[in-house]
Design a protein around this ligand. Sequence first.
Ligand code: ZN
Ligand code: ZN
Ligand code: FE
Length: 754
Amino acid sequence: MNRYVRARVSGIVQGVGFRPFVFRIARENGIKGTVSNNHMGVDIMAFGGKEKVARFLKALEREAPPAAVVEQIEITEAEPFEADSFSIEASSRGGERQVLVSPDLATCDDCLTELFDPSDRRYRYPFINCTNCGPRFTIISDTPYDRPNTSMAVFEMCEQCRSEYEDPSDRRFHAQPNACPSCGPSLWLAEPSGRRLEGDPVVEAAAFLRDGGIVAVKGLGGFQLACDATSDEVVGRLRERKRRYGKPFAVMVRDLGEAGRYCEVSAEEASLLGSVKRPIVLLRERADSPLSRMVAGGLAHQGLFLPYTPLHHLLMEEAGTPLVMTSGNMSEEPIAIGNAEALESLAGIADFFLMHDRDILVRYDDSVSRVFMGREYPLRRARGYAPYPVNVTPPARTEVLAVGPELKNTFCLLRGGEVFLSQHIGDMESAGEAEHFEEALAAMKRLFSLKPAVVAHDMHPEYMTTQMAREMGMPAVEVQHHHAHVVSCMADNGIAGRVLGVAWDGTGYGPDATVWGGEFLLCDERDSKRLAHLYQYPMPGADACIFRIYRMVMGVLSELFEDLDEAMACLRGRFDISDEEARSLEFQLSNSFNSPLTSSAGRMFDVAAALCGLRSEAQYDGQAACQLEAAAQAAGEPYRFMIDRGSDPWVLDTRSVFRELMDDLEGGTSAPEAAGRFHATMARALVDTADALSRETGLKRVALSGGVFQNEALTTLAVEGLNAAGLTPYVHGRVPCNDGGVSLGQAVIAANSV
Ligand code: ZN
Ligand code: ZN
Ligand code: FE
């Protein structure tokens, strides 16, 4: 007796060698029938003896190829049908496209072996790939994912490549970017003028890198700028030319062994470094690391990543030194993807250009991640991650577009139970970024046939994204920034209903026209209520406080002293302030001129860093706070704080914290020790406030979100403290806690509000 079944597999099952895999297990188990791709995923019709079918279905479930992500296998009994063998059928078209396209995949081990095998026909061929690895989303113009819809369409496969492509038993069966030196893309090295240089491009580029040159490398999702990571001189030159001061650079290393020479690498970190997603992983740098001090910019963590394209493997092998590998752009501009675009925009930065003729169709930066308490804690989702959807429950009835915030922007599209979160776009402050946003949005709508009916945006009236949302001609839902943070964390963890949300970050528009950022909110997917917040200090000069931190210090001091003169004397006793700045600060504070109140937790960390003498001005938002974390010793005794329950919302008063911090430092306590005590204080204050609010509301679940929770020391103490208090903390795991995750919260809130 034969059993006839139909199995429909959804998830990332196209372009990852799924059909050859099905073909193989069908043959192994004596199954007859067909397998094909359709708009939903992979469709299998199979029959055979009962036991054989059972074994086949078990293998289908358990042995999927490494790059596949199976979300669901729906098995139904089928009407009997005829077949002589098992075969792979051509893709069928039409219908609503719901198939997931795989993110780009790091070069697999089989391809690597061939890449370095002198007898292989693809020996040292920088575009080697197979169904288990290679470019995907960065080369696609449309779905289904077939060669004519990719930038490989212009290369006609040679006979040998074609026969691999057509042979179901071959690793390159239907590998859309399949190519070889005789038929595929080629690589060259050019001067900034565009003139091509003689010789092996990889060998020449590596020689220039060893000589202290800066080389632009055409990667997967855009150009990268590479230089020797052990040389202060060239790293400094790259910073000057790129106008990127202070912000850390990521470093590419040859392999895991090499990574261990520069940084501490745990087992979890090693598996994240080596995963097919290949993110930049933040690691603790070893004291004896030979990397230039200018690379990490004084922070506790160094971002390392492993080669993820054949070109990177060849280059790392040849260069023999770790390479800074940073996005190919001028600071604040999108990463360059076109050859002509790169030659123009990177002309003043790169000495040479390692480029090729396989077009990048979609812009993707490198992703940044880390391991927190044994689990992945992403910081920037782009290549290898996006647009793989995040599932949410319950499914939404309306399709929603959420345009995200101003900084670290991502947008997302919510359809049913799936949220397609865009790759990291960047700070929406330039025309270039707005274009990048529009381009990525158009691509995503096209690739997944998304037709949003509602748009969600931030409450901030001046955000570029707010204006864009209002001009889209759709019903618009405005969402408070910190509410979005908390709901993002809830969706990330698959929880719903009422929670206590702790949203600590640098900034966010509050409905009372003050700057929020140290918030305790009662939240669900629809509403939020502000239960408590950090003490509000004035920000003399508003956003000027983000970079001129001594200004924020003055804002704090103005609340610590009876009169402004005393506060100014205290400030000038600690920092070198020009008379002009002093007059401006005094004028702004005494007239409440351009001095909005803020409850921002991020600013409080900045102030503590400045008082500890770490820095009084920042080169980028959050730099001082990051240095405070780097400087901090293990948590010490907390300073005193007060929870003022007399007001609604409650106020978590930190004035005594800063008084005691200054006294402590004056009494001879070292900056690292004071920094440790400050971390302990903020964590204790968070836990005590959440605990008190929990008693008031009966809520036990506490969701932590906002950029401040990128601080590992603080977040660890907060999670431990909340657990000890009998509460259940939730932290992010699939989307960033920083503003890169905000669009997810916006989308879920909007879907529940219409
Ligand atoms: Zn491969
Ligand atoms: Zn070929
Ligand atoms: Fe935020």
